[in-house]
Design a protein around this ligand. Sequence first.
Ligand SMILES: O=C([C@H](O)CO)[C@H](O)[C@H](O)COP(=O)(O)O
Length: 209
Amino acid sequence: MAKLQVAIDLLKIEDAIALATKVAPYIDIIELGTPLIKSEGLAGIRKMKDAFPDKLVFADFKTADAGELEADMAFGAGADYITILGATGDSTIAGAVKSAKAHGKGVVVDTIGVKDRVKRAQEAIALGAEFVELHAGLDEQAEEGYSIQVLIDEAARAGVSVSIAGGVNLSSIKAVKESGVVVAVAGAAIYGAEDPAQAAKDLKELLDA
Ligand SMILES: O=C([C@H](O)CO)[C@H](O)[C@H](O)COP(=O)(O)O
C-alpha cells in the first residue's frame, strides 16, 4: 500500500509541528520542506522527530554536493530520509547512500531539473536510493501548461520504486496511486487546506481505497 507524505512548506517549526499534530493520524511520512530546513536548520529536524518519534521524518535537503556529509548531518539530527538531487553526479548519490547504510536510513533522489526522469530514476535506484521522487517543484507547477499527468505516466513506466510530488491533491491522487507509486506526496493540498486534518484524511482514504 502506498504511503502518504505531507510536505510542509511553512517557515516556522512551531507552525510545522502544529500542522503535523493535526494530520498525523492520516500521514506516514512528515516532510520538512526545503524552505523550512533553510529557515530552521538541523534543530528543526530534531524538534520534529522528537515530537513524532513514530513517524518517518523526511528532510528535503535537495543536496547537490557533499552527499555523505550532508546525509550524516540530516540523519544525525533525526531524519529518516534525505533528498539528493538527481541532477547531480553519481558520486554525490553514492556518498549519501553510504551514510544511509551506516545509519540504517534512506536516500530519496529528487528529479527536479532532470530531463529524462525515468532513466535517472533507474540509475539512482541502481546506486542504492530507496526510492526516487518524480517531482515538479513549485516553480515548475506555476509554469503555463503544467500537468501532473506527465509524472503519473512516468511513474507507470519507471519500473522502480518512485514517489510523485508536484500537485498531488484530491483530484489527482487516485491516478497517482494507480501509477504504482510507493509514496504520494501532498503539500499545498494539505497545509493550504481550510481543514488540513480533513484534507489529509480524505487523501489517505483515496490512497487506501
Ligand atoms: O518539494 C517541494 C518544493 O520543492 C518546495 O520544497 C514541495 O514540497 C513539493 O513539490 C510538494 O508540494 P505540493 O506541490 O504543494 O504538493
